[in-house]
Design a protein around this ligand. Sequence first.
Ligand code: FAD
Length: 365
Amino acid sequence: MTEQLVEDLVAGQADDWDLAGAVPEKVLRELGAAGLLCPEVPAGYGGRGATSRWAGEFTAALGAHCGSTRSVLTSQSMAAGMITRLGDRAQRAEHLPRLCAGTLAAVAFSEPGAGSDLSAITTEVRRDGDHVVVTGHKTWTTAARYADLVVVVGVEDDGGAAVVVPADAPGVSIRPVENPSGCRAAGHADVHLDHVRLPATAVLGGGGQPSRLLVTAALGYGRLSVAWGCVGILRACLAAASAHAASRGQFGVPLAEHQLVARHLAELLVAERTATLACEHASERLDAGSPDHVVAAVLAKNVAATAATRGASSAVQVLGSAAARDGHVVARAYRDAKLMEIIEGSTEICQLLLARHALSGGGTG
Ligand SMILES: Cc1cc2nc3c(=O)[nH]c(=O)nc-3n(C[C@H](O)[C@H](O)[C@H](O)COP(=O)(O)OP(=O)(O)OC[C@H]3O[C@@H](n4cnc5c(N)ncnc54)[C@H](O)[C@@H]3O)c2cc1C
């Protein structure tokens, strides 16, 4: 049923959506109402209660069709993950069933002055009696153009606070990022919060958590989801490059019979398998409740995003001019893949985290 829904709603549409810069909202709401944009939400909250491994394979399958729709899934899963991890019982009961019934959510932590360095976040969460007032500017928030609510990460006194902000609350304005180079239909937007006054119950878990915990809660889900999305990119590239190399002839033989072209296919296969194994490992650690799932997710993200960038580049090379313009799956993959090295902890930030893990004597689980 799940495969059929993705086939019916998404397959074959991604290039049109990419060119138009938007996924039809009806598609996102249908996927959301089927619980597929945050499949790991427990059944007790109306979700599918999927394992990370199942959710990962689904993410890869969706990502092979459409990186933008997969990005929306990643945002929704991050929002659901933060509410599950940080919210109290009432907040989980209020929000999670809605997120499995078509309500769309985004997560906003980046700011113009706080990219890799999230300790520089300045969005203020100020108490005012039994209310809070949120003021700040968030940037590049994926899915914000579609979202009904945005989980905003801010600072409050010495600690952090994650606040569930309705997108239509007075003082919220959402301005699309113009002409993104990849995942063009993912609804990236800047979120401006001008003295947004909300009941204090909007603060997940009451607030006062260390900022580091909030960021880890968001990025833990996001990194693994992006990694599985990269597996999808690699699978789409491998399929397109293999089919092209087998069917197009040059110098009297199929391209695939030229060994320098065949090498690209071999490298793509290695990239897809390596990324898949790293993602499977991270998901298994998460499903087992092992604390090393955090470092396993960083490793998977690093492996998969760099492999997707290289793999998509190889696929463009195999296709030549056939993939040299928008409207081709491989051209789209090439643009989308590079952005995966920037988000949820850039390649360099992942490397720093992995180096720190190595220096602390940590293994790979
Ligand atoms: C497609 C896309 C989707 C996004 N979605 C979201 C979202 O949903 N929510 C959200 O809050 N944000 C989102 N972002 C923002 C994203 O999280 C940031 O772009 C990311 O954290 C990097 O920050 P930056 O772009 O400011 O780059 P910078 O932090 O300025 O980094 C620029 C370069 O310097 C390197 N660098 C920085 N610090 C170091 C260091 N200490 N050592 C070595 N190298 C370093 C980086 O690796 C990078 O290569 C998105 C961004 C993009 C492009």
